[in-house]
Design a protein around this ligand. Structure first.
Ligand code: SAH
Length: 229
């Protein structure tokens, strides 16, 4: 009897049928992101507000707020929420920044960056993923994200230089073309390596000199070479 009443309620109010998972999201941020040391309030806020469940396949929706990567099709994954938060904090974005992301995937990382910066440019090598992510980002109102289908090894010369660059697929070595597209004073955060990967932070100073440091071990899908325009 109770189930019938609920079904009728949902039928008469479609909005109620769409769970927004705000509580699950708040818990995820508290238990997996704040608890593991992420402090930047702007990052915590955006993680609380970005609907990760919309970026995973319907069948994975109920697992969207566990702290784990999830498959998004085409042999690719959406990154673990803690890693997204940590890399976003490491980037140290500002509201006037133009940011390049390599590896759009589901579009989740781009959606996390969008409210924090002026403009996000993101490149994805799997065409259907690029298309889906662009459509979802548009529906969610992120007008400051531009998605391109292509190979991120070359960066996005027409829009360079960038204040910040983030890679969410791991190249064996960080491509020089991407370091070249970083502004003086800019920062790049990227996983690097093959089976063993580390998160690398590259800072370019005002004179264009580059400093590299290692953050911690990670596991990302490989950055592949392929599509040519
Ligand atoms: N940032 C994504 C997760 C990315 S998974 C998210 O938030 O969901 C890594 C993505 O990088 C995959 O979608 C993969 O297709 C893409 N990729 C791999 N090699 C690439 C390349 N050379 N250029 C652009 N994208 C690439």
């Amino acid at each position: 009897m109770k189930a019938v009443v609920i079904m009728l309620m949902l039928a008469s109010n479609p909005a109620a049928a769409q769970q927004d998972y705000a509580k699950e999201r708040a818990r995820m941020v508290r238990e997996h992101i704040e608890a593991r040391g992420i402090k930047d309030e702007r990052v915590l806020k955006v993680m609380r507000e970005t609907p990760r469940h919309l970026f995973v396949p319907k069948s994975m929706e109920s697992r969207a707020y566990q702290d784990s990567p999830l498959p998004i099709g085409y042999n690719q994954t959406i990154s673990q929420p803690y890693i997204v938060a940590s890399m976003t904090e490491m980037l140290g974005c500002g509201p006037k920044h133009r940011v390049l992301e390599i590896g759009t995937g589901s579009g989740y990382q781009a959606a996390v960056l969008a409210p924090l910066v002026e403009q996000v440019y993101t490149i994805e090598i799997v065409e259907p993923l690029a298309r889906q992510a662009a459509a979802l980002l548009k529906v969610l109102g992120h007008g400051n994200v531009e998605v391109r289908y292509g190979d991120g090894y070359a960066g996005w010369p027409e829009q360079a230089p960038f204040d910040r660059i983030i890679l969410t697929a791991a190249p064996p070595e960080i491509p020089q073309a991407l370091v070249d597209q970083l502004k003086p004073g800019g920062r790049l955060v990227a996983p690097e390596g093959r089976e063993w990967q580390e998160l690398i932070v590259i800072d370019k100073d005002g004179q264009g000199r580059v400093k590299r440091r290692r953050a911690y071990g990670v596991m990302f899908v490989p950055m592949v070479k392929g599509k040519r325009d």
